[in-house]
Design a protein around this ligand. Structure first.
Ligand code: HEM
Length: 284
């Protein structure tokens, strides 16, 4: 992509409250701030531990896979009223499912069976919600197309710069530099285009052009409500990963306590037995 757009020419000003994207941002500010604070903390931990990091991107794999499945399903419907509008906005370079798949293969040692289906309940519920709700109301995909994909150009960029310095995340691979290895595990945050900003602006422009006059006010309000739900579900899924890890850690600790406890009691009993046996023998 070579075209350079100037932001002022193409995009609605942030103060333009008629633009659906701006309305979503305004109405979800509190939800965004909550998820932003939570994820900044969790991300700092995740990039120190490969296992936690891959759980995080696995969650996003399932979410983006469900969105892109639902988009493709709509595009394939010959009689779809919404497919032409959605196609005007959608850009194949923005798709994330396949890139996350590549990252996950890297982190799970090429074993697809370890991540192909969600196992945590919040993720299972969110995925089934996305597929179901967009089946009957395809225009709700517009909430996902704004919230999930534009996040990549804002918070996603911050994540990418932090990832570049997260050397502990990447394994040492003989014959490869750390930079080469890190490229294999960070496809999610990169776009295969010449000019990433041009992609973002074209996407936002087409979103605005196609949503301003082609939706009823009631549909716009539903999209805004769905956007709030998306932020809240993101937070729920992150919280669930944390409590899942805590549970596993606790069960490991209690297992150790149980095992060590058993051996300690055994050794103590042997010592007590020896002590009394010695006393009995000495008394004879
Ligand atoms: C550590 C986590 C995050 C940080 C630091 C962060 C940061 C940011 C920043 C700096 C902006 C630009 C604000 C502006 O231009 O006025 C932004 C916008 C945005 N973020 Fe986040 N964000 C985070 C997480 C998320 C998540 C998890 C989502 C979605 C689930 C999200 C969705 C969005 C959206 C939709 C926008 C508006 C983009 C646009 O209109 O172009 N963010 N974020």
């Amino acid at each position: 992509m070579t075209t350079k757009f100037t932001q002022q020419e193409i995009l609605p000003l942030k103060t333009d409250v008629g633009a659906l994207g701006n309305r979503i941002n305004l109405e979800t500010r509190a939800n965004h701030n909550k998820v932003d604070k939570m994820m900044t903390l969790k991300f700092a931990l995740a990039i120190r531990d490969r296992k936690i990091y891959r759980q995080g991107i696995q969650m996003y794999y399932h979410i983006f896979k469900a969105i892109e499945f639902s988009l493709d399903r709509e595009f394939a419907r010959a009689d779809s009223k919404w497919a032409p509008l959605l196609k005007e906005i959608w850009k194949p370079a923005i798709a994330r499912k396949d890139r996350l798949f590549q990252d996950l293969l890297f982190y799970y040692g090429e074993d697809e069976s370890k991540f192909s289906n969600p196992i945590l309940q919040q993720q299972i519920d969110f995925v089934s919600h996305i597929k179901k709700i967009t089946d009957t109301k395809p225009y709700l995909l517009l909430a996902y197309m704004h919230v999930m994909y534009l996040a990549l150009f804002a918070g996603g960029r911050l994540f990418r710069s932090k990832l570049a310095h997260a050397t502990g995340l990447f394994p040492k691979v003989p014959g490869k530099t750390m930079e080469e290895v890190s490229l294999q595990g960070t496809n999610f945050f990169r776009f295969e285009v010449e000019d990433e900003d041009a992609l973002r602006i074209a996407y936002k422009r087409d979103y605005e052009l196609n949503t301003r006059n082609n939706l009823t006010e009631a549909q716009k309000l539903e999209i805004i409500e769905e956007a709030k739900y998306i932020f809240d579900k993101n937070a729920d899924c992150v919280k669930e990963i944390e409590s899942h890890n805590l549970k596993r850690l606790r069960s490991k600790v209690s297992y150790k306590v149980a095992v060590y406890g058993y051996y300690s009691i055994l050794i103590l009993s042997i010592l007590v037995l020896c002590y009394y046996a010695r006393r009995i023998i000495l008394n004879f």
